[in-house]
Ligand binder design. Structure first.
Ligand code: UDX
Length: 433
């Protein structure tokens, strides 16, 4: 099939590459010519495990190309909108200006029947307003506008594209459902397809992300209680997760959820509910609690070094989670800002996110060359991101260079028994921190 994807970001690019790998002819369109130039040199503009290899393979095979113009749309059987929906700075509702701009461009170019799918996360009812806008722009255009929400995780985008838990098709008509089933035909043997109306599909995406955010916030609060009553959150989470109704996933306590989706989508869902006079009390308190959590953790870290003159903290992890270079709404970034406001010197390391972190902090923090180097002259080490590499910290390498042997693990991934045996003061979230 001939497919055009509008947007080359964390959703658009992996989807373009994935659909090309399934055998379709895909053109990925982005109005930022600098990005398209890079992509045309077979270089991925985002870090995703395995993405660049597949990109190169499919460009070489002639199935994938990149463009800055929308003219290619006239050839397409399916056009997928995967542009950003950033939060409004005050109300936090999803800003649809990029969706609307894309819809107008698409409507102008359509020739013959086309399925237009919104993959971006959009508020319920967006499909209706976009359909109206497209019909107004080009009254003779023949198209069906559907919702095709995306559930892939950053850092695992390639894996998730080929192994989705489900494909949700939100369409009010039969014809586009058949076409989307053909588009994903090669994946249908290993996933479930749920066909629902357009508004339900739009809500499934928000409700799923909000539910996962609530789950994380819940376990974070239980972790705080564990620390007070001498429980161990890891054991509690394991015990809860063994109940198949609860499940083990998303019960890892930490410094709060971050990233480009959960913070934005929970806010947008809460806005939508308020707008419709519906109370979403769990989502509202999750948003407030998650925001408070980062300040609380920063305050605990500050008090751990409050007796030291010119304190210095070594930070392990800057991205919002493991496997990505993305620092957007990263708890690590917010915590570091609080530490800097309290005149604490920071030296930090992240296996993937150093260059993005430099754009945020510039010269305000120091950057270590490797994970052990963050210990140089530090009064405390803190793990803020669950990077796999940190599981292999060698404490014997750290002892000669650290000023005070203290470590806080906000992700509970470090072997603290080993550290304790070597004389470190160890603090784990949901145990003694
Ligand atoms: C999320 C959804 O998982 C995905 O389906 C959707 O398409 C986009 O939003 P992503 O933002 O990539 O994906 O990250 P995810 O792996 O879900 O983690 C989000 C945040 O929650 C991270 O900050 C992570 O560290 C945190 N988290 C996750 C926890 O603190 N504990 C957990 O148990 C799981």
């Amino acid at each position: 099939m001939k497919v055009v994807i509008i947007g080359s970001g964390y959703v658009g690019l992996p989807t373009s590459v994935g659909l090309a790998e399934l055998g379709h002819h895909v053109v990925c369109v982005d109005r930022e010519s600098s990005k398209i130039e890079i992509l045309r040199q077979h270089i991925s503009t985002i870090y995703e495990d395995g993405l660049e290899e597949l990109l190169r393979k499919n460009v070489d095979a002639g199935r994938l190309s990149f463009s800055t113009t929308h003219e290619v749309i006239s050839e397409a059987e399916v056009v997928i909108i995967a542009v950003g929906t950033p939060p409004h700075p005050v109300t936090k509702e999803a800003d649809l200006k990029y969706i609307h701009a894309a819809a107008i461009e698409i409507a102008r170019e359509l020739k013959g029947y086309t399925v237009v799918a919104i993959k971006s996360t959009v508020p319920v009812g967006t499909g209706d307003s976009v359909e109206y806008l497209m019909k107004k722009t080009n009254p003779s255009a023949q198209f069906h506008l559907i919702s095709l929400p995306e559930f892939l995780r950053e850092g695992f985008a390639v894996h998730d594209f080929f192994n989705p838990d489900r494909i949700v098709i939100g369409a009010n008509e039969e014809e586009p459902k058949k076409i989307i089933n053909t588009l994903y035909a090669k994946l249908l043997s290993r996933t479930k397809v749920l066909q629902v109306n357009r508004r339900s599909a739009e809500l499934i995406k928000y409700a799923s992300n909000a539910f996962l955010a609530v789950k994380i916030h819940f376990i974070n609060e239980i972790a705080d209680l564990c620390a007070k009553v001498s429980g161990d959150i890891n054991d509690v989470a394991t015990g809860m997760g063994l109940d198949s109704r609860i499940g083990q996933k998303f019960l890892n306590p930490g410094p709060g959820y971050g990233g480009s989706c959960f913070p934005k989508d929970t806010e947008a869902l809460a806005y939508m509910a308020r707008h419709n006079q519906v109370e979403l009390s769990l989502v509202e308190s999750t948003i407030a609690g998650n925001s408070k959590r980062k300040r609380k953790i920063a305050a605990q870290l500050i008090s751990s070094v409050s007796d030291v003159p010119d304190p210095k903290i070594g930070v392990l992890g800057l991205a919002f989670k493991n496997g990505t270079d993305d620092c957007r709404s990263s708890p690590a970034v917010e915590i570091i800002e609080e530490l800097l406001n309290n005149d604490i010197e920071i030296i930090a390391y992240d296996p993937l996110a150093m260059s993005n972190a430099r754009c945020i902090f510039g010269e305000r923090i120091k950057y270590a060359d490797g994970m052990h180097d963050v210990a140089e002259g530090a009064d405390l080490l803190v793990v803020l991101t669950e990077c796999n590499e940190f599981k292999f910290l060698d404490f014997e390498k750290i002892i000669p260079i650290i000023r005070r042997q203290q470590i806080v693990d906000c992700r509970n991934i470090v072997d603290m028994d080993k550290a304790a045996k070597l004389g470190f003061k160890t603090m784990k979230i949901g145990l003694n921190f």
